[in-house]
Design a protein around this ligand. Structure first.
Ligand code: AMP
Length: 314
């Protein structure tokens, strides 16, 4: 089944303890689409500038990603400058050049109308809402956001939250959104804002899902939160896009399954961790472009092994 993603396709300039890169292909929609493409069909809505070449587009099309919704505008593509020199778990934003994003008005190609899954990657909630309202028939809507929108665009974000089946944000953002320092209480509050389910990303410590009364349609209820690990890695070259790759693996797997059950949801969280762990091994999208299905399956087995209770003496 097809996922439609709207978000940034960008160039990133990144500094980490392993080195730095200038203007490498990035963007939330890019990382998401590449990760999800290993599981299902993906279609992208974004805007790029003249600096986005046929070679950049081939990064998407080589993975079978539909790029007909990527609009080419006059000017330069969105450019993000960030540093992880002081902390690998949180990016320090050094610059955000919106460029062609400033006047972006998402248009949905006719061929995308039958998409069943919608992912609203981290962009202005006004744009997220505009895409959501043009896709009323989708089966599921999943979304991301960031501290900037939580702090300064609360009202616009509130209307997006009401439309979401799953909200995926990091733990600092959950606490900020809820105004509560305790993660469980903060998650409960966020679930009253609209999302049926909340996934909290903890960077190198994995992710936790908090379920509400309507997380599963068949009347099935998940009584407890579910936590999936991240893979302990000796070297993290570049954490950029780890969250979007987690989302891509998670949502891509969900979209490949006939039904959303608690077991499918939990498995999807593991695939999220798998794709996030690949993303951080190289700068930019380099690793996500070249991973193989065998490597994904092998790492999934490893994730199972590092977290299975059957290895404990119970
Ligand atoms: P992540 O590390 O998964 O949270 O996402 C990193 C990606 O988000 C980078 O590739 C950036 O290009 C993109 N990004 C950073 N800031 C913004 C923003 N304000 N709006 C849209 N995309 C952004």
């Amino acid at each position: 089944m097809s996922i439609l993603v709207v978000g940034s396709v960008a160039f990133d300039s990144i500094q980490t303890q392993s080195g730095s890169v200038d203007h490498c292909l990035g963007g939330a929609a890019t990382h998401f689409a590449l990760a999800a493409s290993y599981f299902t069909d993906v279609r992208v809505i974004a805007v790029v500038g003249k600096d986005f070449t046929a070679e950049h587009e081939a990064v998407f099309t080589r993975r079978g990603i539909d790029t007909r919704g990527i609009e080419h505008a006059d000017g330069l593509s969105f450019h993000w400058t960030g540093s992880y020199v002081s902390s690998l778990n949180e990016a320090e934003t050094l610059g955000t050049d919106l460029n062609v994003f400033q006047t972006f008005s998402p248009k949905i190609p006719e061929a995308y109308r039958d998409s069943e899954y919608l992912f609203l990657a981290n962009i202005d909630p006004v744009l997220q809402a505009r895409v959501r309202s043009q896709m009323p028939q989708v089966r599921m809507v999943c979304g991301d956001t960031m501290n900037y929108w939580i702090a300064d665009h609360a009202a616009n974000l509130a209307s997006v939250l009401r439309e979401l089946d799953v909200l995926l944000i990091n733990d600092g953002e959950v606490r900020m959104l809820a105004g509560d320092r305790n993660l469980v209480l903060a998650a409960e509050k966020v679930l009253t804002m609209g999302p049926k389910t909340l996934i909290v990303k903890h960077g190198e410590y994995g992710a936790t899902a908090f379920f509400g009364q309507h997380s599963f349609s068949s009347g099935v209820r998940a009584l407890h939160p579910f936590r999936a690990p991240a893979l302990p890695l000796a070297e993290v070259v570049d954490p950029t896009g780890a969250g979007d790759s987690f989302a891509g693996g998670f949502y891509g797997y969900l979209a490949s399954q006939p039904e959303l059950t608690p077991a499918v949801f939990r498995t999807a969280m593991f695939y999220g961790g798998v794709m996030g762990s690949f993303a951080v091994e190289r700068f930019g999208t380099e690793r996500l472009q070249n991973v193989t299905r065998e490597e994904i399956d092998e790492r999934f087995r490893l994730f199972k092994e590092i977290s299975h209770l059957e290895y404990a003496n119970t």
